[in-house]
Design a protein around this ligand. Structure first.
Ligand code: SAH
Length: 390
C-alpha cells in the first residue's frame, strides 16, 4: 500500500487521534489517485494509521483507523463499523416510537466521509469523499443485511480545492415511494428524501424539539425557519394555544402543512412563506410566549464567521425584543465554524443591546446519535440556548 509521509514534527495531531491530515503537514504525497486508501507514516516511516486520500482537498487525508501495526482492510472491516454504529443506536431508541435517526455520523463513528440517516426502512447515505465511493458496496450490503431494503445515495464531492461541488443522487436497488411516513418520539412526519433538504429531515433537533414540547402547553409559539414543521408539531401535540410556522421555502411550508394535517391540528396552526427577519420585524411585540430561532448555517466557512456573527446577532435581537415578558426563546446555530462560546457571546451581545433581563435555562447540543469524537471537536456543530426573557 502506498504511503503518505508527514513532515517532521507534524505527527502530533495524529498521535492525538485527530482524523484530518492537512496539506501543509505532508512531506511526500503518495502516487495515488483520489479516493485510494493510503498508510499515513511519520517522517521516520512509523505507521500511524490508514485513511482516504483526497489530493484535491485541503484535508489531504481522512483517517479511519489509528494503528501502529499493519491491518487488512476487508469488506468485513467496513461491515463491522456499521454494526458498531448500530449497536449504539439500539441502546438509544425504542424503534416503535422513533424510526428516524442517524445511524452513522462520519468522524463521530470513526468513519470519515460518510453519513447515514435512517427513515423507517429507508437508509439515506451521504457520500462526502471519493474514498467512500470505492468501498460503498460493502456499506450497502451491510445496510441490506440490517434490514434497510431501500438505499438512497447522495454524493457531494468538493473538487479542485473547494472550488466546485459535484452532486448526484440515486437509488441502489428498488426506489421507495415518497413521501415516507416516519415517527419521532411518537410524533408523525412526512419526509421526502429525494426532494427534501439535507437527507430529508433535520434529525439533529429531535431532543430539542422534545424539550420545546414540554414547555408549549397553552402557549403562543412562533417557529421561525420552520422547514417541515418539526418544532411546530411538538408544540401542537403538547397542546399549544396556537403555532405560527415561517419559512422562505414554499416546498418546506407545504410539507409542514401536510404534517399538521397528519396530526389533525389544523385549527391551531398557521404558516407563512416569508423571510424570517422580515416576519420578526413586523411581529406584534409581546404576542408570542415562545420563539424558536433555528436558521441554516450562516457561516459556511471560516472566512464568513464575521458576517455570520452579525446575522445571528440581528436575529437574536429580534427574537429577544419581540417575546412576551417571562417568555422563552430557543435559539440555535448549526455553523461548525461558530463554537459554543462564540455563539453565547453573540447572544449576550444581542440581549445587552435589547436591554432585557435574559437567563439561560439550559444549554442545548446535538443528540447521542450525532456523537462527537473527543479528538475531533469540529464534529460539535449544533449548539443552542434555551432562554427566559423577563
Ligand atoms: N427547524 C427546522 C430546521 C430548519 S433548517 C426543523 O426542526 O426541521 C433552516 C430552514 O430555514 C430551511 O427550511 C430554509 O428553507 C429556511 N430559510 C433559510 N433562510 C431563510 C430566511 N431568510 N427566511 C426564512 N426561512 C429561511
Amino acid at each position: 500500500m502506498k504511503k503518505l509521509v508527514l513532515k517532521s514534527g507534524r505527527e502530533r495531531s495524529l498521535l492525538n487521534r485527530h482524523p484530518w491530515v492537512f496539506s501543509g503537514a505532508v512531506k511526500d504525497l503518495p502516487d495515488s489517485s483520489n479516493g485510494e486508501i493510503v498508510q499515513i507514516v511519520t517522517n521516520h516511516h512509523d505507521l500511524l494509521g490508514y485513511g482516504f486520500f483526497s489530493p484535491n482537498s485541503q484535508i489531504t487525508c481522512r483517517v479511519f483507523e489509528f494503528t501502529n501495526d499493519p491491518i487488512e482492510i476487508t469488506p468485513d472491516y467496513w461491515h463491522q463499523k456499521l454494526v458498531n454504529a448500530q449497536n449504539l443506536r439500539r441502546q438509544l431508541f425504542n424503534f416503535s416510537e422513533t424510526n428516524c435517526y442517524r445511524l452513522l455520523h462520519a468522524e463521530g463513528d470513526f468513519f470519515p466521509g460518510i453519513i447515514v440517516d435512517i427513515y423507517a426502512h429507508v437508509a439515506v447515505v451521504q457520500v462526502l469523499v471519493k474514498g467512500v465511493e470505492h468501498i460503498a458496496g460493502s456499506v450497502f450490503s451491510a445496510l441490506n443485511q440490517m434490514g434497510f431494503s431501500h438505499i438512497y445515495v447522495k454524493t457531494k464531492q468538493t473538487t479542485q480545492l473547494l472550488e466546485s461541488v459535484e452532486q448526484s443522487s440515486r437509488w441502489i436497488g428498488e426506489a421507495a415511494s415518497m413521501p415516507l411516513r416516519v415517527l419521532e418520539h411518537g410524533v408523525q412526519f412526512y419526509v421526502d428524501v429525494e426532494k427534501g433538504q439535507k437527507t430529508g429531515f433535520f434529525i439533529d433537533q429531535r431532543e430539542n424539539r422534545k424539550t420545546l414540547g414540554e414547555w408549549s402547553k397553552n402557549k403562543n409559539v412562533l417557529n421561525t425557519f420552520s422547514y417541515s414543521g418539526g418544532f411546530s408539531l411538538y408544540a401542537l401535540q403538547a397542546g399549544a394555544h396556537l403555532v405560527h410556522s415561517v419559512d422562505s421555502s414554499k416546498d418546506a411550508i407545504a410539507m409542514g402543512e401536510a404534517n399538521v394535517a397528519l396530526g389533525a391540528y389544523k385549527g391551531k396552526h398557521e404558516s407563512f412563506v416569508m423571510d424570517c427577519f422580515e416576519f420578526l420585524k413586523q411581529a406584534e411585540p409581546n404576542f408570542y410566549d415562545i420563539i424558536i430561532l433555528d436558521p441554516p448555517a450562516f457561516a459556511k466557512n471560516a472566512r464568513s464567521v464575521d458576517n455570520a456573527a452579525r446575522g445571528y446577532k440581528n436575529l437574536n435581537m429580534l427574537g429577544i425584543q419581540k417575546v412576551k415578558p417571562g417568555g422563552l426563546v430557543f435559539t440555535y446555530s448549526c455553523s461548525q465554524h461558530i463554537d459554543k462560546d462564540l455563539f453565547r457571546k453573540i447572544v449576550f451581545g444581542a440581549a445587552a443591546d435589547v436591554k432585557r433581563n435574559v437567563r439561560i435555562l439550559k444549554q442545548l447540543s446535538q443528540p447521542e446519535d450525532h456523537p462527537i469524537n473527543i479528538y475531533h471537536p469540529e464534529g460539535e456543530y449544533l449548539k443552542g440556548l434555551f432562554l427566559m426573557v423577563d
